[in-house]
Write a protein that binds this ligand. Structure first.
Ligand SMILES: *Cc1c(COP(=O)(O)O)cnc(C)c1O
Length: 386
């Protein structure tokens, strides 16, 4: 008999088999789910390791975390019950009076949370223009930051920030860098390899991919005191991901590479079709050669550009709302990263006071047939322009 091969499988193989999680006892090819909220002590009345109560996590949550850590090339990952609870744990853990440098425009929930902490005098904040490295460098130089927050590609205009350069700027000033690359999941962008100290993703989006879970994840290579403190916040606030949701997330992640490839190809076809279109003023998509962040995105996103793009419709704000209303295949819903395509008038969703163009429509492109999606937008545009 010949020996077993010792070939190391690629990341694509590892993830599609959920880290080869064949069950030893039964041979089941699907990982099992462990929903217990509490665990019995052993015969010596000692707490069994590693779990004793579900706020600390469960086997199922840990399995999902292992898959994400493998994708990220991270030492450890922690899963939360939403992206917002993961971001909030990071903000909550900042020392009093810590200074944060954040983009002026970014995902509205995170920005609002940073501003809430600042309004309560817990932290101070200064802002930079997303995607503008000089603006980031100036903002960092003007203060003594504890944390630099980068979202790339950046909601809802899809500016691209050079993560390696941002890390250099943050580290030179003695600050840590957190990246939110929710728009380009870790099958595309490896933020820790590029120099981020904490990589955050809303796993509600591409990681899960089916719009049926909310989850957030933090990943690091440095598992020192800060990391332990963040894990303690998760435990004491009770914001660990539920086992059933972790199981759905594991199932979703098995098709991550396939889904992201298809979403990216569809988004590219749609962006190219509508660039220069008579009813469209601008297409904002880093995959277009005309996009100012195209070259950095090309390096940072593994030659794919993801499924997120925005369009500025000609006409009025009402024209843009009408396009979203008249779509028949795109769902007029918020969120992103699912297999189904969504269209959203972002100003309506972000609320008054948030700087977003009134004629901007944000599209999350799914895995449907690209020609069907193009046809749908064409007919909605034609009706809205009548
Ligand atoms: C959705 C999202 C979040 C928040 O995550 P939730 O899972 O909705 O709590 C944060 N950042 C970005 C870029 C997002 O798209």
């Amino acid at each position: 008999m010949s020996e077993k091969s010792n070939r190391q499988p690629s990341l694509v193989t590892l993830i599609s088999q959920a880290l080869h999680s064949l069950e030893a006892e039964t041979g089941a090819v699907v990982p099992s789910i462990q929903p217990a909220a509490t665990y019995a002590r052993d015969e010596n009345y000692e707490v069994r390791q590693p779990y004793w109560y579900r706020r600390d996590g469960s086997q199922t949550t840990a399995q999902a975390e292992n898959i994400i850590a493998t994708l990220e090339g991270a030492k450890e990952s922690l899963l939360f019950s939403s992206g917002m609870s993961a971001c909030t744990a990071v903000i909550e853990n900042l020392p009093t009076d810590a200074h944060v440098v954040a983009p002026k425009v970014m995902y509205h929930g995170v920005l609002q949370q940073i501003q809430n902490y600042a309004a309560n005098r817990r932290i101070t904040v200064s802002y930079y223009d997303a995607g503008d490295m000089q603006s980031l460098a100036d903002a960092v130089k003007a203060c003594d930051p504890h944390l630099v927050w980068v979202e790339t590609p950046n909601n809802p205009n899809w500016e691209v920030t050079d993560i390696a350069k941002a890390a250099e700027i943050a580290h030179t000033a003695g600050a840590k860098l957190i990246t939110d690359c929710t728009g380009t999941p870790p099958s595309m962008t490896k933020a820790l390899d590029l120099g981020a100290d904490i990589s955050f993703h809303s796993a509600t989006k591409y990681l899960n991919g089916h719009s049926d879970v909310t989850a957030g994840v933090l990943s690091v290579n440095d598992t020192g005191k800060t990391w332990d403190d963040i894990a303690t916040i998760r435990k004491l606030q009770g914001t660990v991901l539920h086992s059933f949701d972790a199981w759905l997330l594991i199932r979703g992640m098995r098709t991550l590479f396939l889904r992201v490839e298809k979403c990216s190809a569809n988004a590219m076809a749609i962006a190219k079709h509508f660039e220069g279109h008579r009813h469209i003023e601008t297409v904002m998509y880093p995959g277009l050669a005309s996009h100012p962040g195209h070259d950095i995105a090309n390096r940072q996103t593994n030659g794919q550009f993801g499924g997120m793009l925005s369009i500025l419709v000609k006409g009025s704000e009402q024209t843009a709302i009408d396009v979203a209303r008249f779509c028949e295949l795109f769902y007029p819903a918020t969120s992103l990263g699912g297999v189904e395509s969504l269209i959203e008038h972002r100003k309506t969703v972000s609320g008054e006071g948030f700087p977003v163009h009134p004629r901007l429509l944000r599209l999350s492109i799914g895995i449907e047939d690209a020609d069907d999606l193009i046809y749908d937008l064409e007919q909605a545009l034609a009706r809205a322009m009548e």
